[in-house]
Design a protein around this ligand. Structure first.
Ligand code: GLC
Ligand code: MG
Length: 424
């Protein structure tokens, strides 16, 4: 994905485990609420940054397990690796900065002498990050001893304790906060600083993020003791940082609303779209809304079946057609017939649909080309396609768009050749 050409309206920088991703929410509902909000109202002019303690290997694993969006920038290994776009092109300039007073061999040597430190898996040992597990009772002692020893050997390191178990040793200039500061400086020098930045976290390695000057911050409701303690000692009177009352991604949505950074009602939470007038409607919003309605139909998640079908119908041009990912073409009216017969057919399947990477281009005064990725989870099966759609504004109410055409292609690695159970 291309980085925005202009300054971002919001640069949202979020930790993943227990912040963006709730490991105690098997339905991933708060994450899906965030996804719909982001793609409908932020994707076109804002920037999504994931900042995780995970190595690129474990980050990619998480992306396979959870319905996560594609970020514009990924910061892995506790702020020691910065990559851009879907291809994850690395910022070599950043890694170069981190070599100052750093020698991972010496770190490994000194840490090996402490019996209460256990090395984490090889994937989590990175060029500028050495990581261990240590029980709470030894954490403080480990930090003090290692700081002294490594200083004696000429290194300048940062030691971070997270989640009451993980101990990371990094170069002093590294960390999630420094990586963000580096990016902000870079965007500044390119003349496109984000209008506002929101950082989101739950544990020790996120404290760094909250120290970056001028950013808004949210500690999600389920934040760890070590982060809350850090906040009480260091940032208690900063009105730009809140402790949300909601967990994980729902806490992030709460913060967007609290700081008035933009729309804070997820399209998933709207039952009657005709009643919502306050949000900024875009073709991206129309796509997200359509698939929210589609998911409700397949799950039989509505009190008014007839109205829901009418709403879906009214957004599809009678002359339009869909080219399915397996190559068959079908008029919208035929697909609607199939849909009509399929009310609730995914009820038992924990069926979910989400949209990622929405991008739009205006091709005429009232017509847009919209590209997006669409994912369906049905039981154990997850399928995704890349889609192009042509949408036309109906005029009048600004959220009314008519689909003229939709073309889908299975995403790489999806092996389905037919489309059983796939309607839109
Ligand atoms: C992630 C990483 C781990 C690190 C922890 C805290 O869990 O996989 O290596 O110690 O985050 O930063
Ligand atoms: Mg976390």
């Amino acid at each position: 994905m291309d980085i925005l050409s202009g300054p971002a309206r919001v640069m949202l920088v979020s930790d993943l485990d227990h912040t963006m991703v709730d490991h105690h929410d098997p339905d991933n509902l708060s994450l899906l609420r965030f996804n719909a909000l982001w793609e409908a109202h932020y994707r076109h002019n804002s920037m999504l940054v994931f900042s995780t303690g995970r190595s690129p290997t474990l980050y990619k694993k998480l992306r396979k397990e959870k319905p996560m969006l594609s970020p514009d920038i990924t910061i892995t290994s506790v702020g020691t690796e910065i990559t851009y776009g879907q291809a994850m092109l690395s910022d070599d300039g950043w890694e170069h900065v981190l070599n100052k007073k750093w020698d991972r061999k010496i770190v490994t040597e000194e840490a090996s002498a402490l019996s209460y430190l256990k090395f984490q898996s090889p994937t989590e040992q990175r060029p500028h990050k050495v990581s261990f597990y240590v029980e709470k009772e030894h954490a403080q002692e480990a930090i003090t001893t290692l700081s002294d020893k490594l200083k004696d050997r000429g290194l300048d390191v940062k030691i971070i304790y997270s989640g009451g178990i993980d101990l990371d040793i990094l170069p002093q200039g590294a960390g999630k906060g420094q990586a963000l500061a580096y990016l902000l400086k870079k965007f500044n020098s390119e003349g496109k600083p984000p209008a506002s930045t929101l950082v989101c976290g739950d544990s020790g390695n996120d404290a760094d993020l909250f120290s970056v000057p001028d950013v808004y911050g949210v500690m999600v409701s389920n934040a760890q003791e070590e982060l809350l303690l850090w906040h009480a000692e260091n940032a208690k009177n900063n009105p730009k940082v809140i402790h949300a009352t909601e967990r994980c991604a729902s806490g992030i949505i709460q913060a967007l609303g609290h700081f008035k950074l933009g729309p804070a009602i997820s399209p998933r939470d709207i039952s009657d779209y005709s009643q919502c007038k306050t949000e900024s409607f875009t073709p991206g919003h129309a796509v997200v809304k359509f698939y929210c309605l589609y998911e409700r139909w397949c799950r039989a998640d509505t009190e008014n079946q007839e109205m829901l079908l009418q709403e879906i119908k009214s957004t599809l041009s009678p002359d339009g057609a869909i080219v399915h990912p397996w190559g068959a073409e079908q008029f919208f009216c035929k697909a609607l017939e199939a849909l009509g017969k399929s009310y609730g057919y995914k009820q038992e399947k924990q069926f979910r649909v989400w949209i990622d990477r929405v991008s739009t281009a205006q091709i005429h005064s009232d017509t847009w080309l919209v590209k997006f990725h669409k994912w369906e989870l049905s039981g154990e099966e997850q399928r995704g396609c890349i889609a192009s759609a042509v949408l036309q504004s109906k005029g009048g109410a600004s959220d009314s768009f008519m689909w003229l055409h939709l073309h889908q292609t299975w995403l790489d690695g999806i092996e389905n050749t037919d489309g059983s159970g796939w309607i839109f």
